[in-house]
Design a protein around this ligand. Structure first.
Ligand code: CTP
Length: 461
């Protein structure tokens, strides 16, 4: 009966029915059955449609227009849910699929959920006359690439344009958000990290990838695509009309401890949780900055809309920071290990009866001081942290001079101060013009206040 009814409807009503069904996640037949049931119960059809305020029917009146590019990875199936979640929020979604993406989801299912056909071909006379790749590139408020594969990222980083997705990405002026998804080894590969650094420097932002089990059995690590709701949160943050005091600014932030190997199974570490650095990354991204977070090993999720580079040692951290340059602001919140073992054991050190091993230590590079003293690529604003257990301001002022940074955020990390690992922080901001003591507040509060101060610095500059 459903198909008979559909066939007899006008094209316009059919289209609206298709959109309504897609928005509600039902088949058209199911939608018709519900509408007829509502009619039989003498409920006005319009009221039935309006009874779902959380799932508005997308229309020309949709608040924003997203172009979603689906790359070819197993995570492509999550993009269907992503489209649904975006449309629930009255965000219109137009979709481009790479050839590889079509191995994982079909243009038909994508089109049904998006409410219009998915675009797949660069040389498609029909769509070139209709929308064309230049219009696909321009007529949107944001481009989201999910999943962003290693291959797609490599093409973007190098400016390729040999298919519709890469041509659109090359032709666009819109903000681009990537949700990378790939095997952890592909993600960790130097080539992918180099491409990521290039893309971040070009102003592209990322959400995820998350760490965890991969679809391939026995594989785990960073590489899982961010969940649809995390991507939606990143999209909403990018579309939010509020003032973005750090829009157009690029920031690199270090966070967490570093691990310095003694041998393949042992390391020197410290108690840093990374919470303050991660909070600054979130606040800076929310204020519109393109953020690269270089993180030592911590148990925190990668913030949405931030490019997170995971590192282990101080030397890795310095390399990752240098790869992220040039930036406008450097915030060095990591508790970098001051020393490492001069000669880490290649094999596990064994108890051989001659007593404990004698570990000769050597000094690690000072990341903050190295960046603050750069000639060509020094960030306009270099901000250090000073973790002190006594004479907090006096020691922090000396550190500001010694390391050559512009501001120092000093905090008391004595047991009584409680900053290490806790959620609150009481800090003093030391600049050339004096010392400001901020009230005790959450680490998120400190981060927002710092982001606002950085915004103020640039608006006065
Ligand atoms: N820092 C860094 N690289 C290092 C050591 C510290 O980038 N190898 C940065 C920290 O991220 C922080 C600032 O320098 O922004 C001060 O760190 P802190 O641990 O307080 O100072 P130290 O240089 O370690 O000095 P000290 O141990 O004498 O207090």
């Amino acid at each position: 009966m459903g198909s008979l009814t559909v066939r007899n409807l006008s094209e316009d009503v059919k289209k609206r029915l298709r959109l309504l069904a897609a928005a509600n996640g039902r088949s058209m037949e199911e939608e018709i059955r519900l509408l007829l049931a509502a009619g039989a119960a003498e409920a006005p059809v319009a009221a039935q449609a309006n009874a779902r305020p959380a799932k508005p029917v997308p229309s020309e009146a949709a608040a924003s227009q997203i172009l979603l590019i689906i790359g070819g990875g197993i995570a492509a199936y999550k993009s269907l849910d992503l489209i649904r979640r975006l449309r629930e929020r009255a965000i219109a979604v137009r979709v481009v699929m790479t050839r590889a993406a079509q191995q994982f989801v079909t243009p038909m299912s994508v089109g049904a959920i998006a409410g219009e056909r998915a675009f797949t071909e660069l040389f498609d006379p029909a769509s070139e006359l209709d929308v064309g790749h230049i219009r696909l590139a321009r007529d949107n408020d944001l481009i989201v690439v999910a999943p962003a594969t290693a291959d797609l990222m490599a093409k973007m980083a190098n400016g390729h344009a040999d298919d519709l997705a890469s041509a659109v990405l090359l032709a666009t002026d819109s903000q681009v958000l990537l949700a990378p998804a790939m095997n952890p080894r592909m993600w960790g590969n130097t080539a992918t990290q180099r491409n990521l650094a290039r893309l971040t420097a070009d102003g592209i932002v990322t959400v995820g990838p998350n760490a965890g089990e991969m679809a391939e059995s026995g594989e785990a690590g960073a590489g899982r695509m961010a969940e649809p709701l995390e991507i939606v949160a990143a999209v909403e943050a990018l579309l939010a009309p509020q003032a973005k005091p750090l829009a157009g600014k690029r920031i690199v932030i270090t966070a967490g401890p570093t691990h310095e190997a003694i041998d393949p199974v042992r390391y020197i570490a410290n108690r840093s949780s990374g919470k303050q650095g991660y909070a600054i990354a979130r606040a800076a991204a929310a204020a519109g900055a393109a953020v690269t977070l270089v993180s030592g090993p911590v148990a925190l999720p990668a913030p949405s809309g931030v490019t997170t580079v995971q590192v282990e040692s101080a030397r890795d951290m310095l390399r990752a920071v240098e790869a992220a340059l040039p930036v406008d602001v450097g915030v060095f919140a990591a508790a970098v290990a001051d020393w490492r073992v001069a000669q880490a054991g290649e094999q596990k050190l064994k108890k051989d009866g001659s007593g404990p091993p004698k570990l000769a230590l050597t000094e690690n590079p000072d990341i903050l001081a190295t960046v603050a003293k750069l000639k060509a690529k020094r960030p306009t604003l270099v901000i250090g942290f000073a973790a002190e257990t006594e004479k907090v301001i006096e020691h922090a002022k000396a550190k500001l001079k010694r390391k050559g940074c512009d501001w120092i955020v000093a905090n008391d990390v004595s047991a009584e101060g409680g900053a290490m690992g806790g959620d609150d922080n009481a800090v003093h901001l030391i600049t050339a013009s004096g010392v400001e003591s901020w009230p005790t507040q959450t680490k998120d509060g400190v981060a927002r206040q710092l982001a606002a101060r950085i915004g103020g610095f640039f608006s006065r500059a």
